[in-house]
Design a protein around this ligand. Structure first.
Ligand code: SF4
Length: 302
């Protein structure tokens, strides 16, 4: 165990803290985490933890979600500059205008969004539960923000509803093309193509399986196949390889790397624990509004 890891473990005990990490952070940060998961799992687990301090290793909107659901806890984010560009790719003004145009409108907000967007939405969703939740909504008109790719992927499976999309996207997934995938398919003809639905339609159309990060992990684990092409952020390779040491996983395109997630380092985790900052704070009235959308998600996803 390195000195830094030892320090983190010691501080964690002393301060009664717990470390949550997303699958996209660096491998060594995943290794010191008590809980690792995708956005949905992390949002849910944060509400069930007894510890008073949660160190959130991921991008800022994830720490915000934890704070929104747990206002009495101290949520630390090792680097507050760890941001997700997609989280800000919709505007309150546009949402208000859409509400004026459609009486029966449900604003469905992908959890990869900042607190302001969550606060002016009707319900949050993750890539793992979006389909289930949209189907349960009584509204015919669905305004899906901010990710157009995930929105379109869900819309295809719910033809009875009228979807309106916002032009947001995750730069990491959106830049993957069908050509990138086809090139890799030629090199690994036996590999199953596993795709995150934040990718463009031309990429999900080539998928043997499309699902959230945790669903991709389960698919690879349960499959009898031995080779897989992974169309999502590269951080997931750590758990894929750990859980399936004999299977082979291939990256596609430029090896998709989320800079925001990679800002979280062991040193920053240790510093955050030691100083008990930077802390994620969300103004109370904003928090209460955003909480409604998140709580509705947790209820509908049950
Ligand atoms: S991978 Fe994409 S959606 Fe996820 S945090 Fe990074 S930029 Fe945001």
């Amino acid at each position: 165990m390195s000195d830094l890891t030892e320090k983190i473990q010691r501080l964690k005990k002393e301060k009664n803290a717990v470390i949550c990490a997303h699958y996209y952070v660096e491998s060594e940060v995943q290794e010191i985490a008590d809980y690792i998961g995708d956005s949905y799992y992390l949002a849910k687990i944060a509400s069930e933890l007894e510890e008073k301090i949660i160190v959130f290793c991921g991008v800022l909107f994830m720490g915000e979600s934890a704070k929104i659901l747990n206002p009495d806890k101290t949520i630390l984010i090792p680097d507050p500059q760890a941001d997700c560009p997609m989280a800000h790719m919709a505007q309150e003004e546009t949402i208000k205008n859409m509400r004026k145009q459609y009486e029966d409108l449900a604003v469905v907000c992908y959890v990869n969004s900042d607190a302001k967007l969550k606060a002016c939405s009707d319900v949050c969703v993750t890539s793992a539960n979006a389909l289930k939740i949209v189907k349960k909504l009584p509204n015919k008109n669905i305004y899906f923000i901010p990710d157009q790719n995930l929105g379109m992927y869900i819309a295809q499976q719910v033809p009875e509803k009228n979807f309106l999309f916002h032009a947001g996207y995750c730069p990491i997934h959106h830049e993957l093309t069908a050509d990138d995938v086809k090139k890799e398919m030629k090199l690994h003809p036996k590999a199953k193509v596993l795709v995150h639905p934040e990718c463009k339609k031309e990429v999900t159309e080539l998928a043997d399986y499309a699902g959230s990060t945790s669903e991709i992990l389960s698919y690879a684990k349960n499959s009898t196949e031995e080779e897989f092409m992974i169309c999502t952020e590269r951080g997931v390779f750590h758990q894929l390889q750990k859980q399936n040491p004999k299977k082979h996983f291939y990256a596609v395109g430029n090896g998709q790397c989320c800079e925001g997630m990679k800002r979280i380092t062991l040193q920053k985790v240790a510093d955050a624990l030691e100083k008990e900052k930077p802390e994620v704070l969300v103004e109370e009235s904003l928090r209460k509004h955003a909480e409604k959308s998140l709580q509705r998600m947790l209820k509908l996803a049950e």
